[in-house]
Design a protein around this ligand. Structure first.
Ligand SMILES: NC(=O)c1ccc[n+]([C@@H]2O[C@H](COP(=O)([O-])OP(=O)(O)OC[C@H]3O[C@@H](n4cnc5c(N)ncnc54)[C@H](O)[C@@H]3O)[C@@H](O)[C@H]2O)c1
Length: 369
């Protein structure tokens, strides 16, 4: 049966894909989004928003706005957030305010007007370092990097030997290494703790690196593939922190949207957390090379900074078995095809490359070492 879904932050990258998928199957979509400058470049009309979605321009921290947005709503997808690990380390009040106070205000209003389910976007960043295995086969949940950054980049085991990164399951204890991670963890816990007390169901999706057409190209603080694409389009070399060998999972935004729909629908998702990725991990250098080739600029090789950024983690790759078995989630987008589509979209865009500016912000505060 068709439902009415409120998507906070729904005018953003992931929100637009989730909106379209819901509208295509006949649901009604209300979006509450303050259209922040860093993502929307000061535009009053967000690019690529499905015209069938009903947009309320407003801040998730304003109770009267949230109250109005919740009218007639069956379920909520909570995406509104400041997104960026590095930036969160100095824009502390902004990140804590939007992400945590925003979630608090949402739940404050939900007490009087509960919905069936709230699905919140959590993040792989809450794990900190992913799970590792020692050469003796022991699993290590609390791998620790050198405190002041610098090589060797990989966290060692207790004997100082290198370890092997393995897929991280949901049971790994969170290690909150950045302000962003702290705020995403609070969002997740507020949702899962409060929802059942008010007759609602909470679900948290821990997303890995989402990519695809529509990700803000001029936002230098988040979306590693969009940042690289913007550099390459402007004839600049992507800058990679550390040595480029850090491993991540890049998941296409259509697969992320699929995961949100399943998390909204599946009865067994109530009260659960799920890792959402593609199930295939890659080094950051490898994706920079593949993207440059897809954009027809294989000559642009990444610049390896050889420096670490505060709050960054070394390896983190997901175990997506739980989402597969409980939700029926199945990542469908082939990475090469995803990059081709991204390259085609980027070719039609004007991307302002603000990476140097962002790097100066970090360096000025001693957050790159
Ligand atoms: N993109 C990723 O790789 C990724 C990975 C892990 C988690 N997430 C989470 O998924 C969610 C969506 O991410 P995204 O990539 O679409 O980011 P995005 O920046 O494109 O979208 C976020 C949206 O939230 C809006 N917003 C910000 N502050 C607001 C406020 N105070 N009130 C109302 N709206 C506000 C912005 O205008 C923007 O449209 C976020 O919660 C993010 O933390 C994203």
């Amino acid at each position: 049966m068709a439902e009415t879904i409120l998507i906070t932050g729904g005018a953003g990258f992931i929100g637009r894909y989730v909106s379209r998928a819901l509208l295509d199957r006949g649901d009604r979509v209300i979006i509450l989004d303050s259209l922040i400058e860093q993502v929307h470049g000061g535009k009053a009309e967000p690019d690529g928003l499905d015209p069938r979605a009903e947009l309320i321009v407003g801040d998730v921290r304003e109770d009267t706005v949230v109250r109005a947005a919740l009218k007639g709503v069956d379920k909520v997808v909570h995406l509104a957030a400041e997104v960026g690990v590095g930036q969160s380390m100095y824009a502390i009040d902004r990140y804590v305010s939007v992400n945590d106070l925003g979630t608090a205000v949402l739940f404050q209003e939900l007490i009087a007007k509960p919905v069936k389910r709230v699905v919140v976007a959590s993040s792989m960043s809450i794990y900190g370092e992913g799970l590792y295995r020692t050469t003796d086969g022991e699993l290590v949940e609390d791998a620790i990097r050198q405190p002041n950054g610098g090589a060797p980049w990989d966290p060692p085991d207790r004997q100082g030997r290198p370890m092997i990164p393995v897929p991280t399951p949901e049971w790994k204890r969170p290690t909150l290494a950045s302000v962003y991670a702290i705020t995403k963890h609070v969002q997740e816990r507020l949702t899962l703790t409060l929802a059942p007390y008010y007759g609602m169901e909470g679900v948290a999706l821990r997303l890995w690196n989402a990519y695809g057409p529509g990700q803000a190209l001029s936002n230098p603080y988040t979306g590693v593939l969009a940042i690289f694409a913007s550099r390459i389009q402007n004839g600049n070399r992507p800058i990679i922190f550390e040595d480029g060998k850090q491993r991540r999972d890049f998941v296409h935004v259509e697969d992320v949207a699929q995961a949100f729909l399943l998390a909204l629908d599946r009865p067994q998702a109530a009260g659960q957390v799920y890792n959402i990725g593609s199930g295939v991990d890659r080094t950051v250098q490898e994706v920079a090379d593949l993207l440059a080739a897809a954009m027809g600029r294989p000559d642009i090789t990444p610049e390896i900074a050889g420096k670490a950024r505060a709050g960054d983690i070394r390896h983190n790759i997901p175990d997506i078995t739980k989402a597969r078995t409980e939700l029926g989630y199945e990542p469908r987008k082939d990475f090469a095809e995803g990059l081709r589509e991204l390259a085609e979209w980027v070719a039609q865009q004007q991307a302002q490359d603000r990476v140097s500016e962002a790097r100066r912000e970090l360096e000025a505060r001693g957050l790159v070492a």
